[in-house]
Design a protein around this ligand. Structure first.
Ligand SMILES: NC(=O)c1ccc[n+]([C@@H]2O[C@H](COP(=O)([O-])OP(=O)(O)OC[C@H]3O[C@@H](n4cnc5c(N)ncnc54)[C@H](OP(=O)(O)O)[C@@H]3O)[C@@H](O)[C@H]2O)c1
Length: 231
């Protein structure tokens, strides 16, 4: 089973990849902008499981030509799943957000995923696309001051998930979105210093990895809240 996980150098992406690496039947394609965390992931996985099944790519999703990502994976065959996990959170009140902040938020959290999925489509027959959304982008939940650009970009991703499930149904491609509540990661600590999340990155990574491998049998086009704290 080939799986692509974006933003795997730390946090939820790292822990999802570490869980998926346990099976020698899986081959993981992991990417992020920085090498250190990805190298650490590969060496931790080897120490833990005793096999090498992680392919690393350094790429900024906001800048990379997605065809390069396709060409990197194609010699290994089709993908069984993709976790669109890489994300950026800019925490500023609405009037302080510059248009560059809005562009950056949507480039990383939304348009990079659009570009990537367009390029990867030939490899996705039978695959599970798992978009990592947020409770902030889930209609009707509590909203937080400072997160308008972030939340709006995640809401767009949630809607795209529903649309793709319909458009790509005949290709047997399943799309789901997990709208996560607070998880203890660098992103959360930077945005909300001192806040203690009820779920660890390791716990959420294991849950995301499980859902990637099993959720497509039960859900398609669903945006599912995964939260024990956000109303
Ligand atoms: N933590 C939470 O409470 C929470 C709640 C709801 C949703 N989420 C979502 O869960 C996902 C993971 O979040 P996290 O908390 O684990 O965040 P994190 O600790 O900040 O990790 C983000 C990951 O994305 C990568 N990344 C960021 N920008 C990138 C870019 N332009 N190109 C390639 N990779 C990029 C980072 O690696 P590099 O810096 O090396 O590029 C890193 O591996 C995000 O989509 C986030 O919005 C998190």
């Amino acid at each position: 089973m080939n799986y692509l996980i974006t933003g795997a150098s730390r946090g939820i992406g790292y822990d999802s990849a570490l869980t998926l690496a346990a099976s020698p039947e899986n081959r993981l394609f992991v990417l992020s902008r920085t090498e250190k965390g990805l190298e650490q992931l590969a060496s931790n996985a080897y120490d833990k499981y005793g096999h090498h099944n992680i392919e690393i790519r350094i790429a900024d999703l906001a800048a990379v030509d997605p065809v390069q990502i396709h060409d990197w994976i194609v010699p290994f065959g089709n993908l069984a799943g993709v976790i669109n996990n890489a994300g950026v959170l800019i925490n500023k009140p609405f009037l302080e957000l510059s248009m560059d902040d809005w562009t950056r938020s949507f480039e990383v959290n939304f348009f990079s995923i659009v570009r990537l999925l367009r390029a990867l489509h030939p490899l996705l027959t039978g695959a599970h696309i798992l978009n990592i959304g947020s409770m902030g982008g889930f209609q009707g939940t509590s909203k937080f001051v400072g997160l308008s650009a972030y939340s709006a970009s995640k809401a767009a991703l949630a809607n795209l998930t529903e649309c793709l499930a319909e458009e790509w149904k005949s290709d047997q491609i399943v799309s789901n979105c997990l709208a996560l509540g607070a998880v203890q990661t660098e992103m959360l600590s930077e945005a909300f210093p001192g806040f203690k999340a009820p779920v660890s990155s390791e716990e959420m990574g294991a849950m995301v990895a499980w859902f990637l491998q099993n959720g497509h049998r039960f859900f398609n086009g669903k945006v599912l809240p995964v939260s024990v704290s956000t109303p």
